[in-house]
Design a protein around this ligand. Structure first.
Ligand SMILES: *Cc1c(COP(=O)(O)O)cnc(C)c1O
Length: 396
């Protein structure tokens, strides 16, 4: 069997696409003008930044004036949450609602605010990785400043009932932010129709470069300024614009939201073939709801093995995959997302996340399904945990 190189870790990051690179190159060469300058070179840069803003706005169903460029998804999350906290604290509202399985950009921001005197309610998720909107209704109080719930989970890919959550927030007059970094380009988003007040996105998850993101802030929300300085981003986030990255993000999002349902159909078919194939390995389970999940995501726990060893063995076979999130790998703590589903520590340790896109072929799927069971068998044959499991002994 010929060794392949299969990139199945698009939830961690994506490569810059040919189209995006082409769009960016002129700004890394001759078109280096500062958008704040008066002469044509500057004015053109300004125009192109605004064009990109229009593209981001259009992709989300927002107005260009509601889009702010940031340096990444984490920055967008930080700004939305800390900014709203500051804004609402003035009205005596110091309670925030989020979920237990958010990205750390949200969780650690909430923990920071707890140290600053805010109170945070962490909504649990079901064993399928879904949030019940009614839990949010029950958690909202008189002093609730913000509800922040991720659109789609980065580890298990489950898609949350965003519209229902937003409706409850509006009924209760509470602002609603969503971290949509994993959702943009994979599900159709319309911030107006869905009632989203603030939304974070990141360039490098949709084939733009790393280090560019955006925050949508609904008109009328007076989010405090993030960076004080010049008048860029309507004075809210100073600093000379990263013109090449912004232009790249505009192109990337325009491409990403094209024909989402048609694009997804082919990906889902391959994803499902992977799920069914991998689940044939004994002592495995799919994490997260099978239907309400991102088209390219699968996350499967494989008992009796260590995720890290699995990833290394897959790498030797040319398969780039992930176990938990890129941010948690390297640490020995099991993923907070898998623990939130109720998985035991030792099962959470042996999990595999594949996140595929349309470049993965049917032959690639066959190859993964051929390599993976062999790798698992080999690892299990060396695993003391597996040996104990098979003898029916306790291994905790
Ligand atoms: C990747 C990711 C982020 C962070 O985005 P960066 O641009 O890497 O800072 C935030 N939230 C989710 C859900 C993500 O997947």
């Amino acid at each position: 069997m010929e060794k392949r190189m299969i990139y199945a870790d698009n939830a961690a990051t994506t490569g810059v696409s040919e189209k995006v690179l082409e769009a960016m190159l002129p700004y890394l060469k001759g078109r280096f003008g500062n958008p704040s300058s008066i002469y044509a070179l500057g004015r053109e840069a300004q125009r192109d930044v605004e064009n990109a803003r229009e593209k981001v706005a259009k992709a989300l169903g927002a107005a260009p004036a509601e889009i702010f460029f940031t340096s990444c998804g984490s920055e967008s999350d930080n700004w939305a949450i800390k900014g709203t906290a500051e804004l609402m604290a003035k009205k005596g509202k110091k309670h925030i609602i989020t979920s237990v399985f958010e990205h750390h950009a949200v969780l650690h921001t909430c923990e920071y605010l707890e140290k600053k005197g805010f109170e945070v309610t962490y909504i649990p998720v079901s064993d399928k990785g879904l949030i019940d909107p009614e839990d949010i209704r029950d958690a909202i109080r008189e002093d609730t400043a913000l509800v922040t719930i991720m659109y789609a989970n980065n580890e298990i890919g489950t898609i949350q009932p965003i519209k229902e959550i937003a409706e409850i927030c509006h009924e209760k007059k509470v602002l609603f932010h969503t971290d949509a970094v994993q959702a943009v380009g994979h599900v159709d988003i319309d911030v107006k129709a869905q009632g989203i007040d603030m939304l974070s996105l990141s360039g490098h998850k949709i084939h733009a470069q790393k280090g560019i993101g955006a925050l949508y802030v609904r008109k009328g929300i007076a989010l405090p300024n993030l960076i004080h300085g010049g008048g860029q981003e309507r004075g809210k986030r100073a600093g000379t614009e990263n013109v090449p990255a912004i232009v790249g993000l505009g192109t990337a999002i325009e491409e990403a939201v094209k024909d989402i349902p048609a694009k997804n159909a082919a990906i889902v078919e391959k994803r499902n073939r992977l799920i069914d194939g991998i689940l044939k390995i004994p002592y495995t389970r799919l994490n997260g709801d099978r239907e309400k999940r991102l088209p390219g995501n699968l996350n499967i726990s494989i008992e009796g093995i260590e995720g890290e060893s699995l990833l290394l063995m897959l790498d030797l076979n040319g398969i780039c995959a992930s176990s938990g999130s890129a941010c948690t790998s390297g640490s020995l703590d099991p993923s907070h997302v898998l623990l939130a589903l109720g998985l035991k520590h030792e099962i959470a340790h042996g999990s595999l996340r594949l996140s595929i896109e349309e470049d993965v072929t049917d032959e690639d799927v066959d190859y993964i399904l051929e390599v993976l069971p062999k790798v698992v068998e080999r690892l299990r044959s060396m695993s003391p945990v597996w040996e104990k499991m098979m003898k029916g002994e306790s291994y905790e």
